[in-house]
Ligand binder design. Structure first.
Ligand SMILES: [Fe+2]
Length: 264
C-alpha cells in the first residue's frame, strides 16, 4: 500500500479538473490519498471530484481548505454551515475526515485556520486576501483566533495506547494550513512573505508537535517542498494554479510505501 499526498487542486480551472478526471481508476486501487484542502468553493464540483477520487483509490481522506469554505457564490450564508455540509458529503461518499487506521498506519486529519501567529497582516493583505470577504462566520467566531481555536478543538489526537500499539507502524497527519512557518523555504522573496500571516497557526503546530507524526502533509502555500524538522517529514504537494508550473510538480507524490516507509 502507498499513501499519496495532494492539495490545492483548484478544479475551478478546467485543466486542473481534467487532470483529476483523467487519473487512472486501476493504478491506485491498493493505495490511499490524503487530499489536503482547496478543491473548489462549488459543492457540485466537490462532489464530482471526491466521487472520482473515491473510485480511483482504496481510501481517500480530506480536510477542507479556505477556498472550500467560501460562501459567496455557493448559496450559503455561513462558512460553518458549508463546513457541516462538506462533512456530510464526505460521510455519504465514504471519504474519511476523522482519525483512523489503514492497515498498519494511523492517519490523523487536522483541521485548522490561520490566526496571525506567524506574522501580523499589513494593510495590503487585509485589503487583498479574499477569505476576509468570501468566508462568513457566526457571531461567536468573529476573529481569526476564534476561528482557529474552533477548528483545532474538533481535532482528535490519539491517546498513547493507540500510538504505542505494536500494530501501528507509523503515524501520518495532514492539514490544509501550515503547522509551522519554517517549512517555507528561505528563498521566498520579501514581497511574497506578505501572505505569511494567513498561512497557518502556531497552535496547529503544537498539535503536530504533540503527535510527532512520521510524516505531516500540508497544503495552502502552493510551494512544493519536503523537509525533515524535529523527526517529522513535512511534505507539501500542491497541484496549484495552472500558471504555477515552477513551484508545483503537478503530479501525485507518494509519501509512504508499506515496503519502504517514508517515500519522499
Ligand atoms: Fe488555501
Amino acid at each position: 500500500m502507498r499513501v499519496f499526498a495532494l492539495s490545492d487542486i483548484h478544479v475551478d480551472y478546467a485543466e486542473n479538473l481534467a487532470w483529476i478526471m483523467a487519473l487512472s481508476d486501476s493504478d491506485y486501487q491498493d493505495d490511499v490519498l490524503l487530499l489536503a484542502g482547496d478543491v473548489t468553493d462549488d459543492m457540485g464540483l466537490l462532489r464530482t471530484v471526491l466521487t472520482q477520487l473515491r473510485a480511483c483509490f482504496k481510501g481517500v481522506y480530506f480536510v477542507p481548505g479556505n477556498h472550500d469554505l467560501w460562501v459567496r457564490k455557493a448559496g450559503y450564508s455561513c462558512s460553518l454551515q458549508k463546513f457541516a455540509d462538506i462533512q456530510s458529503l464526505c460521510a455519504e461518499l465514504d471519504v474519511r475526515t476523522r482519525i483512523s487506521t489503514v492497515e498498519n498506519l494511523l492517519i490523523v486529519p487536522l483541521l485548522g485556520w490561520y490566526d496571525f501567529s506567524f506574522a501580523e497582516p499589513d494593510r495590503y493583505l487585509r485589503r487583498a486576501w479574499r477569505d476576509f470577504r468570501a468566508c462568513q462566520w457566526p457571531e461567536t467566531l468573529q476573529d481569526e483566533q476564534a476561528i482557529t481555536d474552533y477548528f483545532l478543538s474538533l481535532n482528535q489526537l490519539p491517546d498513547e495506547s493507540v500510538r504505542s500499539s505494536s500494530s501501528i507502524d507509523a503515524t501520518i497527519s495532514f492539514s490544509h494550513f501550515l503547522p509551522r512557518l519554517d517549512v517555507m523555504p528561505e528563498r521566498i522573496p520579501p514581497h511574497k512573505r506578505r501572505v505569511y500571516p494567513v498561512l497557518g497557526s502556531v497552535k496547529l503546530g503544537a498539535q503536530v508537535a504533540q503527535l510527532v507524526p512520521d510524516v505531516h502533509v500540508y497544503g495552502h502555500s502552493h510551494v512544493n517542498r519536503a523537509v525533515t524538522l524535529d523527526a517529522t517529514r513535512y511534505v507539501n504537494n500542491a497541484f496549484a494554479y495552472p500558471d504555477e508550473e515552477r513551484i508545483a510538480r503537478k503530479t501525485l507524490v507518494c509519501v509512504w510505501d508499506s515496503g519502504e516507509g517514508i517515500a519522499c
